[in-house]
Design a protein around this ligand. Structure first.
Ligand code: NAD
Length: 427
């Protein structure tokens, strides 16, 4: 990366009107990308079949998902351009619009609880589980040595075993002794690292306690890897008190009704998962962690909070587990993921997670504002109508004409698009 060329403002007015080539040029100069990374971006779906065959079993082909750039984000005082991989229209525009509305008041401020992951070892058939719990806790130093010996690279990088928890879980088939090994996995998502440790340790735990070791796997409820973001939107920027208060009411609806919370949090994950996917990280791991965390009080609730500040502005916060890495899994080997990661100019997994949390909050702001005012359909309509026009067979200039006409007619469906297309072609 050419560090000298890197940097600049993420505020790029009219970015959506530029050609794809112009956009790539701007992103490449913003992030100081080299020619190889630039070429990678300019070749959609560019992944070698041999590499893909090594990534999954029974490989036959790849499926291309569009990647767009969210503009206007300022995270912890630094402007960033954020790549988002998503098949859903309006998601990227919503992040850019929401971030624009708080860019001048400082953007997003973030923090994290660290990069610790939890691996669980399940022990069964223990008649004296309380005693077994203490037997395990007494061996913390020995356990640390066994775990750290599994991953000297991680230890050299400042990570490795951190602490131990032993929980007794009562179930209909008896009390289980569940050992949590807590490991700092630094810039790795860490599943493989901690799973290896859990598997290595399990026979010792069984021997010490007289129990039977069964499952040995990480927990995706990564609540020692929490990331938080907050931002304030001025009352004027969002269109006045009425909009502000409607958004706060929308939040309380979500926080108190799981039917609404599921959709509210899905909107947050529209942003979160898109960046996770673009960077080759594990979307399922992040999603299960987020939803499990949303229920950590015993009730499924909103991942974000919204309140009115003393100045009458709107303050949003978000807190969720984000187990993402810069090494391991597909992150390091997928060439497009690497080029997209380079756009964000992050040096640590923690920095990546902070940006992702900010995107989640921006996405939530956009969805709530739309829902509390004009409704979600208006913003969706233009790209949605274009998708319908495509589905009906329109190509080239026909797409814009057909989509415009079905919006005017207020009949946005494939049948109507087909009719308009047929008339257009008759002429
Ligand atoms: P990994 O094992 O490929 O890479 C991690 C290793 O990289 C570390 O153990 C360390 O030895 C090394 N490393 C080099 N530089 C490092 C740095 N700066 N910081 C930390 N480690 C560094 O991958 P992983 O992150 O352990 O596992 C991630 C993969 O596991 C993902 O592909 C995920 O999909 C998959 N997975 C997930 C689950 C789950 O979420 N339930 C279960 C199994 C596997």
């Amino acid at each position: 990366m050419n560090k000298e060329a890197a940097g600049g403002s993420s505020r790029i007015p009219g970015f959506h009107n530029w050609s794809v080539e112009q956009r790539i040029d701007r992103v490449a100069s913003f992030a100081g990308l080299g020619p190889a990374e630039r070429a990678q971006l300019a070749a959609p779906s560019n992944i070698d079949a041999q590499l893909a065959e090594h990534m999954v079993e029974n490989f036959v082909t790849t499926i291309a998902i569009p990647v767009g750039i969210a503009t206007n984000l300022r995270v912890d005082g630094r402007d960033v351009l954020v790549p988002m991989a998503t098949e859903e229209s309006s998601v990227i525009a919503a992040v850019g619009n929401s971030a624009r509305q708080c860019h001048d008041t400082g953007g997003f401020t973030t923090s994290t609880s660290g990069t610790e992951m939890i691996a669980q070892v399940q022990l069964l058939d223990i008649p004296d589980p309380r005693r077994a719990r203490l037997l395990i806790l007494e061996r913390q130093d020995e356990i640390a040595e066994i775990c750290n010996a599994c991953d000297p690279v991680l230890v050299r990088l400042g990570g490795g075993f951190r602490s131990l928890e032993v929980r007794l879980v009562d179930t209909p088939v008896g009390t289980m002794v569940i050992t949590h090994i807590i490991v700092d996995t630094r810039d790795a998502m860490g599943a493989n690292s901690v799973n290896t440790m859990a598997e290595r340790l399990a026979p010792d735990l069984a021997r010490w306690t007289g129990g039977t070791a069964l499952l040995r796997i990480l927990s995706n409820l990564a609540d020692r890897r929490l990331v938080r973001a907050r931002a304030t939107w001025t009352c004027a920027a969002i269109g006045g008190e009425k909009v502000r208060d409607a958004m706060v009411a929308a939040y309380h609806f979500a926080d108190n009704d799981p039917y609404r919370a599921a959709t509210h949090n899905k909107g947050i994950m529209n942003g979160v998962s898109a960046v996770v996917l673009a960077t080759g990280n594990d979307t399922r791991a992040v999603e299960s962690g987020a939803h499990a965390f949303a229920a950590h009080t015993g009730r499924y609730r909103s991942l974000s909070t919204w309140e009115v500040t003393a100045d009458g502005d709107l303050a949003g916060t978000i807190e969720l587990p984000l187990a993402v890495g810069l090494v391991g899994g597909a992150v390091k080997i997928h060439p497009t993921a690497r080029a997209l990661l380079a756009i964000m100019q992050v040096a640590t997994a923690e920095q990546l997670a902070r940006i992702i949390a900010a995107v989640g909050l921006a996405q939530n702001f956009g969805a709530m504002k739309a829902l509390a005012t004009e409704g979600i359909q208006k913003g969706h309509m233009s790209l949605h109508a274009q998708n319908i026009a495509f589905a009906a067979g329109a190509a080239g200039d026909e797409v814009a004409i057909v989509s415009r006409r079905i919006i005017e007619q207020q009949t946005i469906n494939e049948e109507a698009a087909g009719r308009v297309l047929a008339e257009l072609r008759k002429r």
